[in-house]
Each structure stands twice: as C-alpha cells, then as structure tokens.
Design a protein around this ligand. Structure first.
Ligand code: SF4
Length: 504
C-alpha cells in the first residue's frame, strides 16, 4: 500500500504542455504517413469518479490528435482505468489485460493502466511481473501525467519488455483547464472533491485516493457553467462524500469556505440546466442546511443516494460508519417531508464479517421502514489492507448467499412497487439515445433518476456546435439531450416503459 508520505514527483503546467506538444508531433507524423489519425480505446471500471477521470484522459488524447477506436483490437492506444473497491472489478481487469497479449504485435497497441488499483503495490507488482507488455502505469486521478507517460513510451523502444512505472507522479493545476471528451455531452460529471477521510473498515478508497481535498468553489462553478453552455442539461457533482465538501478548506483556515449546500444551490441556479445531481452522501454528514436547499431548489434532483450499508447498529459500529439506524431513518423522514415524491436509493452490504442472523434481520427492518426505491446490493468482498479483511471467515458463505437472496427479493418488491406508482402518469425524461437492449427504442432518465425506455424517433446526436461543428441538429424531432414528455405504460423492477407524447 502506498502511503500519503511516499515522495511524489510533479508535472508542472508548463511540462504538461511540453509533453502534449511532443505527442502531437508523433500523431502528426502518424497522420502524414498513414492518412488516418491514431486511435484510442479506454476501458473504465468502477465508479463515476473513474468515468470522470476517463473523460479527462479522452479529452487529452483528442487534444493530442487521437480519435476514438471501435475496440481494443482496432486501436493504437489502449488504456485501462482500474477500480479496487471489489474483487470482481480486479478480476475483470486482469482478464481484459490478459486478452490483449495475443493481439499485441510490434508494440501495438500501446497499453497503459491507471486508476485506484495502481495505488496498491500488490497490483503494480502483479502487472509488472505478469503483464510486462504493459507500456506504462499511472496512479489514480493522474490525467495530467498522461502526456508525459505517452511521450516517454513513444520515445522508448516499445518492443523491449519493461513497464514504465509513473505511479509516484502527479500533475499540478486544476482540472478546469483540461480538455474533456464526453460520450454524452448533455450529461456532465464535475468533480468537487477527491479522497475520503472516513476509513470505513471495509473500504480501500482512503488508501488509494488519499485524504479529502475540495476543489475551489469558483472553479467548480466555472466548470459547471461551461458544461451547460456546451449543452449539458444534467450535471453530476462527484465526491466520495460530497456532504463534507469544504471541511478541509475550513481546517486550513478558510473559515468562510462554502458548504456543499451552498455549492449545490449555486449550481442549481445556472440558466439552461435541467437537473443537478450529486453522489455520494454520507448519512453522518447530511445536514439540515442541505435538506432545506433540497426543499427549496426545484432543479436539484428529486433523488438522493444515501448508503445505509447495514441496518444493524452493531455492524454499523464495526464498519466505522459513525451513525446508527435511528439517525438514518430520521434522515429518510426529513427528506421525504422536504421533497414530495423524492426517490431514495441506497447501498447494502450482506455478509460483513461477524454479521449474525439478528444483524441481518435488523437490516430488513430498516429496509421495511425506509422503503427504498432502489438499492445496490453487494456481498461483502474482503479488500487487502482494510481492517475488515482480517475478520473475514469464508465458512459462512452459504448462509450469506441465502441472506443476500432474501434481501434482493425484498428490495425487488419495493423497487417494483415504487415504479408501479408512475404507471399512467406523464413524466419528463432527458433523452440519452437508443436503449442498450433494443436499437428501435429510446431511453433516458427522469428527474428522480429512473430509467425510462420509450418508443420514438432519434434523429440526430445533439452536441454543442462549437465543440462538434459537424453534428447536424434536426429541429422538432427527438435528439439526445432533449427533455421530452413520456406516458408511462408499464413498470418493471429496474425501468419503466412508455411512449413519447408529441407536443402538437
Ligand atoms: S465514506 Fe467510507 S465507503 Fe465511502 S469512500 Fe469513504 S471510506 Fe469508503
């Protein structure tokens, strides 16, 4: 595990520009020689913070002259953005990395790995030892180091089997000035803070992403305004615990540093925005001030994701969550009375080490009372380097699987009942494009973050004319990024089906 005290090396803004220029020279030569731009492919694992980091990496690659490739096999650069939160993501990453070995010929594709797993020595060493065709590795949140990694790799003999390890490198400067490439321009992810101070006993994040660091209020607002000017209707503010935004600034003497509630209100006032979302809210830090802002500001989403993890006070103590079930349920009551119809979703872990039948029943009781609209349910996954991993006993796996099944069945009933309430109603939907399952159906999300599939015609891919001047926007038809009215005809556990209501 790398520590906060490990010596870091820094890329200045000037060096960042210099390395961009070196790589750009290389891409210009490539285009001159082949007639085509070199291509990139990024595979992202894990949370929306990783999605955001990949958007920055893509933006920087585009700036240097690369264009998106259709697949890893068809690309000149393949990047993996890794996640260390669950064993499942580790295993999938190694599987994908292994599958590149047969297609790597004469140093193509160039392969880079970054993200949370590369903050842990165990994974860094595993990549260097077992997958020595990886060209370079970087840590988490290090988009500013990417041009340096590429310039070093392109200048080296890539047929030699050695991985350039840049995991100790960081970039100086705020992300606001970085280019960003969004797959969905009508949705913008905006990081408000990185790291976490909470040290939940099962979680690796504070060890990989470091302590809380809030970005400047002005830069967050500027980035959000710019995103809306470029066509974003939906902004997601990101942090491991958004409710503690500004605490680190206040500790460092900025006594008037704004709270998250103030920031959220300010963003919600940006003209042209349809909804502002935020992720994730730690229940111990959800303030009355924030609930009041949620009550007053209609552009703040009618949804909150509030991870419960367990309904047992004994387990919550062992998880180091620093709230109890009574506090949590009190928040649920306050939120439901502050915003009529607000959806509340949660995370639940089943099989935390030492969980008894009584603890599990306590979780079910809190679920009954809270009536979550949806839940992400997880089997406990031990993470090396966390206290809980030392308490793990595999012998309980069968019991835990049965509990998991019961919990999922109950939550499915609640999710279905929540969605059924919308049958026969007309709801507003922000259009994302074609449904993943069926290219004759469109899909999008409601203000309260429900997935809606509906019939209709998608006529073009709307983006900002300044950013994408070649896009054709067809008026009076449905475009990605439109907000449309949909009549909900039927509800399922995970989504709603409906039909488009025409304006005329
Ligand atoms: S709040 Fe807990 S679960 Fe969330 S990132 Fe921090 S330590 Fe991990």
């Amino acid at each position: 595990m790398k520590s906060e005290c490990d010596e870091k090396k820094y890329i200045t803004e000037h060096e960042f520009d210099e390395h961009i220029a070196i790589v750009k020279d290389w891409t210009d030569t490539f285009i001159h020689d082949t007639g085509d731009a070199p291509t990139y492919y990024i595979r992202t694992f894990g949370c929306q913070q990783n999605d955001r980091d990949s958007e920055l990496a893509a933006g920087i690659l585009e700036e240097m002259g690369f264009r998106p490739g259709a697949s890893p096999e068809a690309s000149d650069v393949v990047l993996f953005n890794t996640c260390s939160v669950r064993a499942n993501a580790d295993n999938r990453f190694y599987g994908h990395l292994g599958s590149l070995k047969p297609i790597r010929k004469g140093g193509r594709p160039l392969i880079g790995v970054f993200g949370c797993m590369m903050e842990q020595d165990i994974h860094v060493n595993a990549v260097k030892r077992t997958f020595n065709y990886v060209d370079f590795i970087l840590g988490a949140g290090t988009a500013r180091v990417l041009p340096y990694a590429l310039s070093q790799t392109l200048l080296s003999d890539r047929t030699k089997r050695n991985t350039i390890d840049l995991t100790d490198w960081r970039g100086l400067g705020d992300d606001t000035s970085l280019p960003v490439w969004r797959a969905d321009p009508h949705r913008a992810l905006v990081t408000i803070m990185t790291g976490c101070n909470n040290f939940c006993s099962y979680c690796i994040v504070p060890h990989t992403r470091g302590r809380e660091q809030s970005r400047s209020y002005e830069m967050i607002v500027e980035e959000s305004r710019r995103a809306v000017a470029c066509g974003a209707k939906d902004i997601m503010l990101l942090g491991q615990n958004v409710n503690s935004y500004g605490n680190d600034l206040r500790r460092r003497g900025e006594v008037d540093a704004p709270t998250f509630a103030t920031l959220l209100r300010e963003i919600s006032h940006i003209e042209g925005l349809w909804v502002v979302r935020y992720m994730t809210s730690h229940p111990k830090d959800l303030s009355d001030e924030l609930i009041e802002v949620i009550r007053r500001e209609p552009r703040i989403e009618s949804h909150i994701h509030l991870p419960l993890q367990s309904g047992s006070d004994r387990v919550l103590r062992r998880m180091n969550r620093r709230y109890d079930s009574a506090h949590y349920l009190n928040l649920v009551r306050k939120l439901r009375s502050a915003r009529d119809g607000i959806t509340i979703t949660t995370d639940l872990i089943v099989g935390f080490p030492g969980e008894t039948e009584e603890d599990f029943e306590a979780t079910l009781r809190v679920m009954e009372e809270a009536q979550f609209d949806a839940a992400f349910t997880f089997l406990y996954s031990p993470r090396v380097g966390t206290p809980a991993a030392d308490w793990y006993e595999e012998s309980h796996e069968e019991i835990v699987r049965k509990r998991f099944q019961r919990l999922v069945e109950y939550q499915n009933e609640c999710s279905l009942a929540s969605n059924k309430k919308l049958e026969g109603q007309v709801v507003e939907v922000l259009v994302d494009g074609f449904s993943r399952r069926d290219e004759t159906i469109l899909s999008g999300r409601t203000h309260d973050d429900r997935l809606v599939n509906f019939s209709g015609l998608l006529t073009s891919s709307f983006t900002c004319q300044e950013c994408s001047p070649n896009e054709v926007v067809v008026p009076h038809e449905v475009n990605r990024g439109d907000v449309v009215q949909v009549l909900i005809e039927s509800a399922g556990i995970y989504s709603l089906d409906g039909k488009l209501i025409q304006d005329n």
